[in-house]
Design a protein around this ligand. Structure first.
Ligand code: ATP
Ligand code: MG
Length: 340
């Protein structure tokens, strides 16, 4: 499945984030920025995926429950406007759980075990043979989320591409059972930084790996994270030529610095020698601090008004409940189970 060019009008958009921690710069550049840009001219729903968060936190549910409003605050601080985007809670939408059960009958265990993202995550989390059933099957629940809203466009990071492939396989099976197209296939929309690495450059920035720069990071947190960033280990003196590829500071400058021509000039200087890591890190630190400061301030005000966040989520969930239950009715019909 190849990523689509930025289409921006008239789509049904569905994205979501697991309620497993505060959102971070990976979310911002991989998906959130696009959601903010898309919301005015598309029909957008965003799901706070608390049930998916439980798939690897069954014994630590407080981690999920305690992060639901954090994620809502992050959305609003990043510029998601609840008058344009429906923000809803996965556990408040029973149709999603029912769709998951129906779809589970169309997907084999072998197919689930082949999903490369799930495979990596299972290894990373050290489940061994003790994989929670909900974790192995979360791509099915994601298919339920996407299809429940008949979403056509999904702005995501590249770790989600295998999920969208599996979703479209399920869509085709259901449509074939129904004998007509009742569900819509979806397309990914990747940003120009579909996988922001962690500061050490080893993994993707991720809530669960504890390697993230959050959207409310303080100036000091940001400075500390950038100071620890992996650069070119062979760039031993300022005068020596340095390597830009794999140098996390440049990856971040590409992702966040507002003037790409300036970043290109920095790269050329670094490559020919004479530009120290202290200087490139100072430029990046200042850039991230300026970008995060307004979000951090907005977020602090939002998180102090929990009732407002709950009201936003409740209103969005009620709207989404109606929409998702319509899809469930159609899927039940495809299985011939519309007895009542
Ligand atoms: P967890 O570690 O709990 O899985 P996460 O940091 O991976 O959390 P998710 O909630 O799983 O975040 O992902 C939500 C969305 O953000 C997905 O579309 C995902 O592709 C995107 N995303 C997450 N991390 C990154 C990243 N480092 N770079 C680009 N996109 C990302
Ligand atoms: Mg994830």
């Amino acid at each position: 499945m190849s990523p689509q060019p930025p289409l921006s009008v008239g789509h049904k958009i569905l994205t979501g984030d697991r309620a497993t921690g505060q959102l971070h710069l990976g979310h911002y550049v991989g998906s959130l920025q696009q959601r903010v840009a898309l919301q005015a001219h598309n029909d957008q729903t965003i799901l706070v995926a608390d049930m998916q968060g439980l798939t690897d936190n069954g014994n630590t549910p407080a981690k999920v429950a305690g992060n639901i409003l954090n994620v809502v605050a992050d959305y609003l601080a990043a510029g998601i406007d609840p008058s344009q985007t429906t923000i809803c809670l996965q556990s408040g939408l029973p149709a999603l759980a029912e769709l998951t059960m129906f779809y589970s009958n169309l997907v084999t265990i072998a197919r689930l075990e082949r999903n490369p993202t799930v495979k990596n995550e299972i290894q990373g989390k050290g489940f061994g043979r003790s994989i929670p059933a909900g974790f192995l099957t979360y791509p099915i629940s994601q298919a339920a989320d996407i299809t429940a809203f008949q979403a056509t466009l999904i702005p995501v990071g590249d770790d989600q591409l295998p999920m969208l492939e599996q979703t479209n396989e399920i869509v085709r099976k259901i449509n074939s059972l129904a004998g007509k197209p009742i569900l819509t296939e979806c397309q990914p929309m990747l940003s120009n930084m579909p996988r922001l690495p962690s500061v050490d450059g080893k993994a993707k920035m991720s809530k669960s790996l504890g390697n993230a720069i959050t959207l409310d990071a303080s100036d000091a947190d940001i400075a500390k994270a950038v100071k620890a960033m992996y650069t070119d280990p062979n760039h031993l003196t300022v005068d020596a030529p340095g390597q830009v590829e794999g140098n996390v500071v440049f990856t971040y400058l590409d992702a966040f610095y507002p003037d790409p021509a300036f970043v290109e000039s920095l790269k050329a200087h670094y490559r020919r020698g004479g530009l120290g890591d202290g200087k490139t890190k100072a430029i990046l630190t200042e850039c991230l601090q300026a970008m995060i400061a307004p979000m951090r301030e907005k977020r602090q005000a939002l998180i102090a008004d929990k009732q407002y966040l709950i009201d936003v989520l409740k209103a969005g969930t009620e709207k989404a409940r109606e929409e998702s239950s319509q899809t469930l009715t159609q899927v039940k019909q495809a299985f011939g189970l519309n007895i009542f």
